[in-house]
Design a protein around this ligand. Sequence first.
Ligand SMILES: Cc1cc2nc3c(=O)[nH]c(=O)nc-3n(C[C@H](O)[C@H](O)[C@H](O)COP(=O)(O)OP(=O)(O)OC[C@H]3O[C@@H](n4cnc5c(N)ncnc54)[C@H](O)[C@@H]3O)c2cc1C
Length: 286
Amino acid sequence: MTIRSFDLLQPQSLAEASDLLVKHGDDARPIAGGTTLVILMKQRAVYYPCLVDLQSIPGLDGISEERDGIRIGALATHGAVERSPVVRNSMPVVAEAFGKISNVRVRQTASVGGNLAHADYRLDPPPALLALEAEVSIFGPKGSRAIPLRDFFRGMYETALEPGEILVDVKIPFMPEGSKAVYLKYSALSANDWPCLGVAALLAKDNGRCRELRLALGGVAMTPVLIRGLEFARGLNLSDAVVDEVLGKVDGQISPFSDLRGSEWYKRQMVRVFVKRAIAQLDSGT
Ligand SMILES: Cc1cc2nc3c(=O)[nH]c(=O)nc-3n(C[C@H](O)[C@H](O)[C@H](O)COP(=O)(O)OP(=O)(O)OC[C@H]3O[C@@H](n4cnc5c(N)ncnc54)[C@H](O)[C@@H]3O)c2cc1C
């Protein structure tokens, strides 16, 4: 199917891009890699007469190490994150999550900001970024603001972005001392398919006992889910009983629904398998 014609507006700054978005209102949309937006426009699921090209704004694709974490520009591609020595050295789980997305063609083109702003319920990066307590920076008509990623996803394809706002970068604090993290993607159809579900876990231990456990899941609710209430595990060995209690908390906080990749029942069972697997992997390796 052919795409309907549109104007490609090429701002040179965030301020200009935001002004264009405000000026054209519902007729305009930012475009980054275009991997999602162009498909949706070709399918005629959406139509915007004006696309505001974020790639024309310099400096939005950097990946840099700062005093307390790593900053990844919204225009960095999935492949750039996957290969970045800065990311791979200090938070390999992030490189792992981006490296598991689809195929090399998508990863070479699609951007970090486009992935998060699209807010599909099955995305791979959000669980890893949530488990690492990432924060996003946003620029818009009222200036700049930063919000924790856990407050960014509001519903399926809905985010905290207000009209005229642009996601600028993601800041990921360094992981707690001595901690390890893992992202497990479960694809029910084929290896490079969208995930049926994804589980990210972070574990820090002191003398064999849990100091901190974090879990975040994708594909099992309208938005990615950061599991609450895991503080109870602090100071404990991650015995079968403790892991069962963790599984109970996870089960109570997810709300999977049936889709092409599995029924609600199936996803609940597979969540148990992958949460247990993630914890076991970290517990034996820390
Ligand atoms: C074949 C295929 C398979 C895929 N498989 C997976 C998968 O397995 N796992 C996974 O996680 N993802 C998957 N994806 C999704 C992929 O990660 C997204 O398509 C991609 O991240 C979107 O990035 P983009 O730069 O192309 O965004 P675009 O298509 O340009 O934009 C997507 C949306 O985000 C908005 N947007 C883009 N950038 C910004 C910004 N900086 N600020 C505000 N709004 C913005 C756009 O207006 C649009 O609504 C797949 C995509 C394709 C096409």
